[in-house]
Write a protein that binds this ligand. Sequence first.
Ligand code: HEM
Length: 450
Amino acid sequence: MKPIPRDKALDSTLALLREAYNFIPNRCGRLRTDMFETRLMGQKVICVSGEAGAAMFYQPDRFTRKHALPPTALLLLQDLGSVQLLDGEAHRRRKQMFMALMRPERIGSLTQMFAEQWHQRLRQWESAEQVVLHHEMEQLLCKSVCEWTGLSLTDAALEQRTREFSAMIDGAGAVGPRSWRGMRLRSRTEDWIRSVIMMIRAGHMQVPDDSAAQIIALHRDADGELLDNAVAAVELINILRPTVAVARYITFAALALHRYPDVRARLLSAQSREDDYLGWFVQEVRRFYPFFPAVGGRVREEFTWRGLHFAQGTWVLLDIYGTNHDPHLWKDPQTFRPERFRDWNASPHNFIPQGDGDFDLGHRCAGEWLTIELVKTATRLLLFSMDYDVPAQDLRIDMSRMPAIPESRFVISQVRHVFSTAEPVMEAESGLMGSQAAQGMESGRSGQEW
Ligand code: HEM
């Protein structure tokens, strides 16, 4: 077996911060490999990319997430005590609690609440000069998921909580002020949710029996004990925060509708409400646009792969963004083309925006189905419930910023509520396409057309 290629730099931490989503793909390209060794934060790490690497990484029980993420990213994302940091039987038991919340009828009730909130909010958008879609989506998702979870918020509280979740998400991939702000605001959310858990347990706060707040507050791990108050709060936040983060995919979906008029026209066509195209569109949004660059793990028990010995504790990073753009797996990976999912082989290892493998046995994202349904719902609402213009703005996506987002956060104007129940094709003919086309500033910083 050939030795594993090495990145020549003594330490590549600064290069990682600079190149972000392209850090692993750049080195795989340069070294002509799908696996290489480098040093980050003074430690040796093996980076893997592609289908074989994903299959290796997501073997149940092979990797722990403990000590596999920079501490600030960990605290802002899953946090100490969370399901992601558990292994083996303890992980499976806790994961069941999450997956029980993701049954189709429960996902349906959240998407319905979200659509209702959207329709209410449309009236305000109609009278506003401009609407920053990403901020609005964060707020709508925050309100919907809090209600779905059993928590209701006043308008002032909604603004504050949205700001906190947004700061946690935005700070997760950063070093410095963005990260510090996320940490500062996270502690306020934690105080709030800890008090919610305490009040539910003491019977001072009534929430529906099947709500996430009730289920988490009363969940018992394998030892038969209730979760520690702080851990229960972490897990409830692990439902709320990532649901608010779905706003990024919705913003990217709106950007794709704007950038690719053919795709938009196909979605608006009469049959698209029934056919699979909407589903392919949402998959392509999750494949094409940058969100999680990579996921890290440390070897639990030594194993050998491709003749290479992975000792216990070895640090490995799996390239999420690069695998979703791997030219060996995806023809013309930098082209936005939903149809590619018609022929997709549904391998669990080649399309990994929210992780890979088995939901119950591994660390694959518990909220993947919910994410897909929320983005589908939002896309339908953007297409069939409203008309809007996209004024000139900076739509570039900085690929060195984690997590990425269009610079302008996608601004829309001249919002009009579409009440008609006419065939979608009529709406396309009503001038919607014309008002959307050919506006906005062009091209991403990396030279890629977004
Ligand atoms: C917004 C889009 C989302 C993205 C890009 C995303 C991405 C991911 C990724 C890549 C992982 C796997 C980490 C690993 O292998 O260690 C993960 C895990 C997880 N996600 Fe998501 N996620 C999203 C939305 C959600 C939502 C909506 C929820 C819940 C409502 C959620 C809850 C979780 C949980 C609980 C885990 C830990 C699972 C485990 O360790 O078993 N995520 N997510």
